[in-house]
Design a protein around this ligand. Structure first.
Ligand SMILES: NC(=O)c1ccc[n+]([C@@H]2O[C@H](COP(=O)([O-])OP(=O)(O)OC[C@H]3O[C@@H](n4cnc5c(N)ncnc54)[C@H](O)[C@@H]3O)[C@@H](O)[C@H]2O)c1
Length: 443
């Protein structure tokens, strides 16, 4: 559904009215298009003495063709290695870096602060200082505006080789609607994909709920990145599903995931296929059946928990039990900010989506030994058929109450999932990343 207000605010007259009245000002976000460079200008890289990431990052950016500078008048990104900060007195280095250069950042600029996970630091003082970084990045996300995104990336000691896929995602237009996030990268060696434009070449991906909306966008983006995609949806969505499968040169699989035999049928289908396995599985199928709990019927509760939480659980259990997800495998859940913040009229939905976050937390350590990652996205307000049905007041609030003053697009969720799915993201596991334009809900 068209965001008429955003279109107006970006028109000649609209710009004047919005400025005069101090109304929300939704900028046009920089989104990735084929052939785009990683960034639109030089990257300003700063560090505190003793930082362990600035040098590897300088090298990888220069290898990627990015101009790295130590000072600048117009820059596309401010990247700061804060791993050298070991107590609160040294936090001043953040002010010294961001104060002079805050105004040097272009529209849709990027702010990335790199730190050490507080739990992996050498002392309580270092843990406190590293934890402080979160307040800085979240505030910059709210302060800079004009489509700027700001993130904190905690890199475990020994995780230096795993940073590139995350850095590329966050610097590029692929992360247009991701801001105010804390991302964790684990230790261990990671090899880069042969081609960053087609990192999923040779991989087989399954996307549930792929006939429309966010699921169709995920199928398209994974196919663009080189994966062969199996698009799954209910038989009633068969025509639309076939359309997505044709467009992505993939396969369509009609299956109701709540059927008793669904996991068994899916496992049989995958085992009989040419790969006899699936590398990437994206549990996107989801439904809402909103009512306050006092008015909610049993079937509204059961169907939402069944589709959103129990179905992915059953599928994961069986595919893992039968070794149908090999080492290097990726499991991605689709949660929601309602699962973080809760939402009036959505006890069933929020319960199911909090459960998706629970799956990530429970399974990430268990799957690490098998070389499989599990992460989830938590979308905020995304422009789809689901949100088009919302009452107008709620819809407008959803669109404006975030740092971007607009809703996200399905492609924004899909790009985030593609980053999780990349072979370069082998050290990214156990993360729940909100794709919400830094929504004020539950932040
Ligand atoms: N749109 C948003 O703003 C938003 C926000 C947060 C989270 N999400 C989540 O993102 C996901 C996709 O949302 P969307 O807006 O694209 O929804 P949508 O309703 O447009 O698409 C969901 C798809 O899932 C399929 N599906 C439903 N039940 C199924 C079943 N039993 N078996 C197989 N397929 C089934 C549907 O047929 C549909 O094609 C959902 O998990 C949703 O909860 C959406």
């Amino acid at each position: 559904m068209a965001d008429r207000y955003a279109n107006f605010a970006n028109s000649g007259l609209g710009r004047t009215v919005v400025k005069r009245l101090g109304l929300p000002d939704p900028p046009r976000l920089r989104r990735h298009r084929a052939g785009d460079p990683l960034v639109t200008g030089p990257v300003l890289l700063g560090a505190t003495p003793g930082g362990r990431l600035a040098e590897p990052i300088r090298k990888l950016l220069e290898t990627a063709g990015v101009e790295v500078t130590a000072e600048g008048v117009r820059v596309s990104a401010l990247v700061f290695d804060a791993t050298g900060i070991v107590d609160s007195t040294q936090l001043r280095a953040l002010y010294d870096f961001f104060h002079p250069y805050a105004r040097a950042l272009e529209t849709s600029g990027r702010v990335i602060v790199l730190g050490t996970p507080p739990e992996a630091t050498a002392s309580p003082k270092e843990a406190i200082a590293q934890r402080s970084l979160e307040g800085l990045t979240r505030s910059i996300g709210k302060e800079f505006g004009r489509g700027t995104t700001a993130q904190l990336v905690y890199v475990a000691p020994g995780g230096e080789s795993g940073v590139e896929s995350t850095l590329r995602f966050l610097l590029s237009g692929r992360s247009a609607y991701v801001s105010g996030q804390v991302i964790r990268i684990g230790a261990g060696p990671v090899s880069a994909p042969a081609d960053w434009e087609r990192p999923l070449d040779g991989k087989l991906a399954l996307v549930t709920g792929a006939a429309r909306g966010i699921g169709a966008a995920i199928a398209r983006v994974l196919a663009r990145d080189g994966a062969e995609v199996i698009a799954l949806d209910v038989p009633a969505a068969g025509d639309a599903l076939a359309g997505v499968a044709n467009e992505t040169r993939g396969r369509a699989l009609q299956l109701d995931l709540t059927a008793e035999s669904a996991a068994e049928r899916l496992a049989g289908y995958l085992a009989a296929g040419p790969h006899a396995a699936v590398d990437i599985i994206v549990h996107n199928a989801g439904i809402t059946r909103d009512k306050t709990i006092a008015r909610m019927t049993e079937d509204r509760w059961d169907s939402v928990i069944g589709v959103n939480l129990t179905a992915p659980e059953r599928v994961n259990d069986l595919l893992l039990e039968r070794d149908l997800i090999p080492s290097g495998g990726r499991i991605v859940g689709v949660a929601s900010i309602a699962g973080i913040a809760g939402n009036r009229g959505q006890t069933n939905y929020a319960t199911s989506k909090a459960g998706v976050i629970g799956q990530v937390q429970a399974y990430a350590p268990l799957l690490a030994g098998r070389g499989i990652t599990i992460n989830a996205v938590a979308p905020g307000f995304i422009e789809t058929a689901m949100t088009a049905k919302m009452p107008v007041g709620l819809r407008e609030a959803g669109r404006r109450l975030n740092s971007m003053s607009q809703g996200g697009l399905p492609v924004d969720v899909a790009e985030t999932i593609a980053w999780f799915a990349s072979p370069g993201s082998a050290a990214v596991t156990g993360n729940v990343v909100r794709v919400c334009g830094q929504s004020l809900l539950g932040a």
